[in-house]
Structure formats: structure tokens, C-alpha cells
Ligand binder design. Structure first.
Ligand SMILES: Nc1ncnc2c1ncn2[C@@H]1O[C@H](COP(=O)(O)OP(=O)(O)OP(=O)(O)O)[C@@H](O)[C@H]1O
Ligand SMILES: Cc1ncc(CO)c(N)n1
Length: 268
């Protein structure tokens, strides 16, 4: 009997459904992985912004992780919004203890509307505890700047940042190009620990980009769960997010969600 690949997201809930746990589960489903979740925080959120954040007690996060470990060990996982140093420490300890593999770390810090999804004092825990466990780390440019303490404007800056993050212990790094200036194509830089690869893309001029980073990292995790190679996984994730942004759903009046159906529909 063929084994069903299981992918786990350890992240915050977005009541609006476009980012966080909800985006991750939709992405897993579309790419053919069985989706599971460990919720680290509940956010009250819509396309206009974040109206509230309620972190889940660490004890309950550990219970969710243990329930998964005892019965449903994932082939791959992704982490998203982790909110505090104590949550990062608990999640990292669990991943280390049970030697979970194929760990995609999306170092979520700030929502599109400016809300803090990670406490400022938790950045050190992220660098010391979780990044060394990452098979693939997926910062956007502002997150890479925070993690490296350097400003990033040129291609050389991005390559140097990727090497710096590799030295912190991340196996492979994708520095996402969504935040490059609007007249530039959103090229993502993928460093596999030896070589730099550029993931070309076409910029789609739309405000409907809520949850792009979550969806991209979840697509990588789904592909790794399916047994695909890292380079295949990041390339599929890039196509997946490009399709999802290209076919907006026109939901809400702010930064609307992307369209998780678009990739599979276009493959059919
Ligand atoms: N306007 C766009 N057109 C095409 N691709 C885009 C656009 N914006 C982002 N992307 C792509 O989406 C993916 C996520 O990148 P981005 O830099 O937006 O992540 P992020 O800032 O972490 O997202 P989030 O807002 O969810 O935190 C990358 O592959 C990036 O190249
Ligand atoms: C819960 C959650 N995670 C991540 C993001 C980043 O897009 C968000 N807006 N909300």
C-alpha cells in the first residue's frame, strides 16, 4: 500500500483564511499532502489588518506536537508565526528531540499591515534555536535584514545574506524577492549551501498578496513531504505562488488572499 505523505504546519491561525494555518492547509491539500496543524497563536485578522493576537499557552502547543509525534509523524513540516521566544524554544526542542526532518522555517515577523507577529525580543531565539534546525529557511528581504543585521539592496547583498544565514546553521536558504522594488521582477534567490540559483518570476501588479510567504513555504514543505528534491520543491513553490497571485479571488477590501486552486486547475 502506498504511504500517504503527511505535512505539518506549526503556525498562527488567520481568521480571514488567507495566511497562516489556513493558507498552509489549503496549499498542502492542493499539492497532494495530508495536512496537519499545531496552532501557536490565534489571530483576529482580515484583509485590512490584524485586530487581535492571542498566543496559545506553551503547554498546549507541546500537547499538540506530542499528539502528532505519537501517531502521525510528519514527512515534512513548516513553521510560520511563532510569536515569542518561549514558543520558539519549545518548538525547537521538540523538533530536535524527535529528529523531525524536512523542516521549512518561514521566519514570520511582521504582517503586511505592520502588526508584529513575532516579539522583537524573540529574534535571538529564532537565530540560536530554530534556524540551525532549518532544512530550508525562507526569509523575505526585511526578515533577512533583521536576521543578518545588514541592509540588503543589491544582488551581492542577497548572496552575502544567504551565506550568513547558512553559517547560522540553515541548510538551504531562499531569500524571497516579493519586497524588491515594484519595477523589478520578484526573483527569489535560492542558496543550496554550495550554489546560488535564481528563481525567475513575473511581477503581478496587485494588492491581493495576503499570505504569499506562508503559501510559498507551505508549498515547499508539501513537495518535500512528497519526496521531491529541494530544488524541485522550491521551483514548484515558485510556480504555485505565481499562479495563486495571478488569479486573484477579489475577497475583502484590503490585501486580499491569493488563489490556492489556480495551480492545480492550470495543471489539469
Ligand atoms: N507581486 C508579486 N508578483 C509575483 N510574485 C510575487 C509578488 N509578490 C510576492 N511574490 C512572490 O511570492 C513569494 C513570497 O514572497 P514575499 O516576499 O511576498 O513573502 P512575504 O513577504 O514573506 O509574504 P507575507 O506577506 O505572507 O509575509 C515569493 O516567491 C515572491 O517572489
Ligand atoms: C497568522 C499569520 N501568519 C503569517 C502571516 C504573514 O503573512 C499572517 N498575516 N498571519
Amino acid at each position: 500500500m502506498l504511504k500517504t505523505p503527511k505535512a505539518l504546519t506549526v503556525a498562527g491561525s488567520d481568521s480571514g483564511g488567507g495566511a497562516g494555518i489556513q493558507a498552509d492547509l489549503k496549499t498542502f491539500q492542493e499539492l497532494g499532502a495530508y495536512g496537519m496543524s499545531v496552532i501557536t497563536a490565534v489571530t483576529a485578522q482580515n484583509t485590512l489588518g490584524v485586530q487581535g493576537i492571542h498566543p496559545v499557552p506553551v503547554e498546549m502547543i507541546l500537547k499538540q506536537l506530542n499528539s502528532i509525534e505519537e501517531d502521525l509523524r510528519p514527512e515534512a513540516l513548516k513553521t510560520g508565526m511563532l510569536f515569542s521566544a518561549e514558543i520558539i524554544e519549545a518548538v525547537s526542542r521538540h523538533i530536535r528531540k524527535y529528529e523531525w526532518k524536512n523542516v521549512v522555517v518561514d521566519p514570520v515577523m511582521i504582517a503586511k499591515g505592520g502588526a508584529d507577529l513575532l516579539r522583537r525580543d524573540a529574534v535571538e531565539a529564532l537565530k540560536k534555536q530554530l534556524i540551525p534546525l532549518a532544512s530550508i529557511l525562507t526569509p523575505n528581504i526585511p526578515e533577512a535584514e533583521q536576521l543578518t543585521g545588514r541592509s540588503i539592496s543589491t544582488k551581492q547583498d542577497r548572496e552575502d545574506a544567504a551565506k550568513f544565514l547558512h553559517d547560522l546553521g540553515a541548510g538551504m536558504i531562499v531569500i524571497k524577492g516579493g519586497h524588491l522594488s515594484h519595477d523589478k521582477a520578484p526573483v527569489d534567490l535560492f542558496y543550496d549551501g554550495e550554489q546560488m540559483h535564481e528563481l525567475e518570476g513575473r511581477r503581478i501588479d496587485t494588492p491581493q498578496t495576503h499570505g504569499t510567504g506562508c503559501t510559498f513555504a507551505a508549498a515547499i514543505a508539501a513537495e518535500l513531504a512528497l519526496g521531491k528534491t529541494p530544488i524541485h520543491a522550491v521551483k514548484t513553490a515558485k510556480t504555485f505562488i505565481q499562479e495563486a497571485i495571478s488569479h486573484p479571488l477579489h475577497i475583502g477590501s484590503g490585501h486580499g488572499p491569493t488563489n490556492h486552486w489556480a495551480y492545480r486547475r492550470n495543471q489539469a
